[in-house]
Design a protein around this ligand. Structure first.
Ligand code: NAD
Length: 260
């Protein structure tokens, strides 16, 4: 999108979301930074982006596991900046366990945060985008939106689900100059991935180095982690005018993982 717009990025105090917030600010867009906490450090992240890129930013607390808070995030962003033109559904969590032992509350939390939150934010943002004459929705799915791995039943289910939501929303809004696409990252070394190494070590009975090499990077033909900046660049492209006819599809940034 050419002119200065307002972008909401869910789960943007860390990892991929933070990199996308920074990259969209670098493009001159105002950004709303979000997470479920409300600390001085959270607000400092938004303030630093504003200073660095000379755009307006706000930190808005909203827990993406709660439908009302997902919808309130969009309403508050519109109250603050007048519109929501770019919505990046990025908040996500992971839990690794065999399906028969998978804790019910973890299943519910992953479906809520990684899938249902996007339904709620999209539903709230569409009327605003229609009124503004267009918009961009980018859902951060995963290679696990396309293929599965063992011990990640909830995550793989949620990510496959968001691929379906992406395509449906694209079809419904195609005449409104609103596009909806997904990005499917492979392994990116963020706190989310760091945190699953111990569980993978337990599930696979391997040491750390072996998990990284044989479980994680084994999937990636390049044998390298993807960087957050590479994911952010894909998001910037999908939000650009050049991507106006890219709709209802996904961009894999996975080192070749899903080519196999
Ligand atoms: P991360 O843990 O570094 O960041 C996740 C962000 O989401 C944090 O800002 C966290 O505060 C926020 N968050 C978590 N629960 C939330 C909630 N209930 N409400 C609001 N915010 C919440 O993780 P990341 O690796 O940057 O992952 C971001 C997205 O990318 C996720 O959807 C993840 O599934 C996806 N992804 C990551 C990888 C990877 O290898 N890291 C690969 C494919 C897809």
């Amino acid at each position: 999108l050419a002119a200065r717009k307002t972008a909401v990025i869910t789960g943007s105090t860390s990892g991929i979301g933070l990199a996308i917030a920074q990259a969209l600010a670098a493009e001159g867009h105002n950004v709303v930074v979000n997470s479920f906490s409300d600390t001085a450090a959270d607000h400092a992240i938004a303030d630093a982006i504003a200073r660095q890129h000379k755009v307006k930013t706000a930190y808005i607390k909203a827990d993406m596991s709660k439908p009302a808070e997902c919808r309130a995030l969009i309403a508050k962003a519109a109250e603050t900046f007048g519109s929501v033109d770019i919505l990046v559904n990025n908040a996500g969590i992971q839990h690794v366990a065999p399906v028969e032992e998978f804790p019910i509350e973890k299943w519910d939390a992953i479906i809520a945060i990684n899938l249902s939150s996007a339904f709620h934010t999209i539903a709230a943002a569409i009327p605003l985008m229609k009124k503004a004459g267009g918009g961009r929705i980018v859902n951060i799915a995963s290679a696990h939106g396309l293929v599965a791995s063992p011990f990640k039943s909830a995550y793989v289910s949620a990510k496959h689900g968001i691929m379906g939501l992406t395509k449906t929303v694209a079809l419904e809004l195609a005449r409104e100059k609103i596009t909806c696409n997904a990005i499917c990252p492979g392994y990116v070394l963020t706190p989310l991935v760091e945190a699953q190494i111990p569980a993978q070590m337990k599930a696979h009975q391997m040491d750390r180095e072996t998990v990284v090499r044989e479980v994680m990077l084994d999937k990636q033909p390049t044998k390298e982690f993807v960087t957050v900046e590479q994911i952010a660049a894909a998001a910037v492209f999908l939000c650009s005018d050049a991507a106006a006819q890219v709709n209802g599809t996904h961009l894999s940034v996975d080192g070749g993982w899903t080519a196999a």
